[in-house]
Design a protein around this ligand. Structure first.
Ligand SMILES: Cc1cc2nc3c(=O)[nH]c(=O)nc-3n(C[C@H](O)[C@H](O)[C@H](O)COP(=O)(O)O)c2cc1C
Length: 160
């Protein structure tokens, strides 16, 4: 994982602000993440039904390891927040590629537990941090889905 994270730290980064923060959560610590999800949901004003509590309690246990992606957003005259979040997104993609390279699989997830102050607080992060998502990491199992071939010309225009 050290090599994987080193890849993450090589993401493009305007003005070298290094906005990347990762929290790696494994094993029983996933319960602490579930508790943070429940806390964030409660403070957002959502009604905590039994079903919702069960769903949030189970969520971190969908994979053996979860990596929280948090942006340490800094004030900078030339680098707005969006650029710092994009840089963290690029670092997350490097993590996905690094994991894939060593035989693991991962899924990037967001939903209600991203992009709000309730989850920042529940994870006890500084108030300038923005949680942009989660990488759920594990060993691939079952059927690997086949994807439709995309037509590059739908996405690419060449000039000259
Ligand atoms: C920013 C971002 C947020 C995402 N959030 C979710 C999510 O909450 N739930 C989900 O099922 N997939 C989500 N995805 C999509 C998956 O990460 C993944 O790309 C998709 O399941 C397709 O898998 P593949 O990329 O391995 O083909 C998100 C992707 C990105 C880039």
């Amino acid at each position: 994982m050290e090599q994987v994270y080193k890849g993450a730290l090589r993401a493009p980064d305007h003005a070298w602000l290094r906005p990347w923060k990762f929290i790696e959560i494994r094993g029983d610590s996933r319960k602490k993440l579930a508790d943070s999800f429940i806390k964030a949901s409660r403070s957002s004003g959502e009604e905590m039904t039994e079903e919702l509590e069960e769903k949030l309690n189970k969520a971190p246990f969908r994979a053996p390891m979860v990596i929280v992606l948090a942006a340490d957003v800094k004030e900078h005259p030339k680098v707005p927040k969006i650029e710092q979040i994009i840089s963290l997104g690029a670092s997350a993609q490097n993590i996905l590629l690094g994991l894939h390279d060593i035989g693991y699989s991962a899924i990037w997830r967001t939903g209600k537990m991203a992009f709000n102050k309730h989850i920042t607080d529940a994870l006890e992060l500084p108030t300038n941090y923005e949680v942009i998502g989660y990488l759920y990491v594990g060993i691939p199992s079952g059927h690997i889905k086949s994807l439709p071939e995309l037509d590059l010309s739908d996405y690419l225009t060449r000039w000259g």
